[in-house]
Design a protein around this ligand. Structure first.
Ligand SMILES: [Zn+2]
Length: 91
């Protein structure tokens, strides 16, 4: 296996890495830690996005016609009824 010397930009150590490793700038130890950190951040972003999507999907699944009907029976306009449902803090 061909190796090359690189200076790790994270810890400053000179290490031998596989020449096939490409543009790596880190020693294997730091590379592992950085990969793990990136994974953690990517996972956090993924979970955050999922959480946001879940929040969006929690909106009422009723059809416009249903809501209009309910609004009418409550003696309100559609707009008033929707505003009440979304801003009323009802959960
Ligand atoms: Zn290092």
């Amino acid at each position: 296996m061909t190796t090359k010397s690189i200076v790790c930009v994270n810890c400053g150590r000179t290490v031998e890495v596989s020449a096939r490793a490409g543009m790596t700038k880190y020693c294997p130890k730091c590379a592992k830690a950085i990969t793990r950190e990136r994974c953690r951040i990517a996972r956090q972003k993924y979970l955050e996005r999922k959480r946001l999507e879940a929040t969006k999907q929690r909106k009422p699944q009723k059809s416009v016609a249903q809501i209009a009907e309910e609004a009418r029976s409550a003696g309100m306009s559609y707009g008033q009824y929707v505003a009440k449902m979304e801003g009323g803090g009802a959960s």
